[in-house]
Design a protein around this ligand. Structure first.
Ligand SMILES: [Mg+2]
Length: 324
């Protein structure tokens, strides 16, 4: 079995050419990184990706994995409307992976970090039975942070982009759903190579009043549930307004269950007090936006289906994958 490189050899390989920013006084190589202070409120988030839980090495390249590990963290900063600034990386390394694997992983991570103007300022490497990559990402608030607890009855509920593609892509990779051609490629790419909506999040946070927002990592229904619970409100979602991509429809038809329950899209869900047309929002944010429903006073989440039937989801059902 291939052996991973030694800890210090690996650190030396991975620490070359890491993206830096002006805030970095001292990067990797000492006991801590040293960052210049900022007058803005700071955001901090952490997310892990574990082999066998969040990814399978057969599905994509190591570079895709490195970029994805950063993007899932960037998405949390995007959900707050923040600017990502710097990160540290913890790698748990199992036997069977060679230096080329880690070079690829860091190539993807470095590229994604450079594109997002994020400095990689340090990390840790440990031996483990299972491969995992954990990133702690710092960011800062430019104007106001978008929170989960500020949705009010009457707010319109919007999502960016298309939803359900990544969940469908995952099921295609798992051979649970057959698909071929460009639709397959597109859906699989949405799972393997998510792009956090950082720019759109920053622009959203400048709107007044500041929208309530969350990123769709665990599935629309569940993530909307967090907003409803934190804000003490309910919502009415219109299934025919869910933005399903052409690739989604080609492979899965009009069934929106994966768009409601599937995760990994890393789009933004947000609630606006003032009704703004989808076209105007698209121009402002630079991404497609769909109004999918509205926030209600009674603390229920209702789904209106294509025939006008309404089903309710109890608060106990937030962690269920399907509406009851
Ligand atoms: Mg999140």
């Amino acid at each position: 079995m291939k052996e991973p490189p030694g800890e210090f050899e690996l650190i030396a390989r991975l620490c070359g050419k890491l993206p830096r920013t002006r805030r970095v006084i001292l990067g990797p190589g000492d006991d801590c990184a040293l960052l210049a202070p900022s007058p803005r409120p700071q955001l901090i988030t952490v997310d892990s990706m574990v082999e066998g839980v969040h990814f399978n090495l057969q599905w994509g390249t190591p570079a895709m994995l490195g970029a994805r590990a950063l993007n899932v963290n960037l998405s949390d900063i995007a959900a707050m409307g923040g600017v990502p600034t710097s990160c540290v990386v913890n790698l748990a390394v199992r036997p069977g992976l060679d230096a080329g694997f880690f070079d690829g992983l860091y190539r993807g991570l470095r590229k994604a970090a450079a594109e997002a103007a994020v400095a990689v300022v340090g990390g840790n490497i440990t031996r483990a039975n299972q491969l995992s990559i954990t990133i702690t990402l710092l960011g800062e608030v430019e104007t106001q942070a978008m929170r989960r607890d500020t949705a009010r009855p009457g707010d319109k509920v919007y999502v960016t982009g298309n939803i359900g593609d990544a969940a469908l892509g995952l099921r295609i990779l798992q051979n649970k759903i057959p698909a071929v051609g460009s639709a397959r490629n597109q859906l699989v790419k949405r799972f393997l190579q998510p792009r956090a909506q950082v720019a759109a999040g920053r622009k959203l946070a400048r709107l007044q009043p500041t929208p309530a927002a969350i990123d769709i990592s665990d599935g629309l229904w569940q993530d909307l549930g967090h907003i409803l619970e934190c804000s003490g409100v309910g919502a009415r979602i219109i299934s025919t307004r869910l933005p399903l991509s052409a690739a989604y429809r080609r492979v899965y038809g009009d069934d929106c269950d994966l768009a409601l329950s599937g995760g990994d899209d890393y789009e933004l869900l947000f609630c606006l007090r003032n009704e703004i047309s989808e076209a105007a929002l698209r121009r402002h944010l630079g991404v497609a936006v769909s109004c999918i429903g509205e926030i209600t006073r009674d603390k229920q989440a209702l789904l209106v289906n294509s025939t006008g039937n309404i089903s309710a989801v109890s608060h106990r059902g937030w962690d269920q994958l399907r509406p009851s």
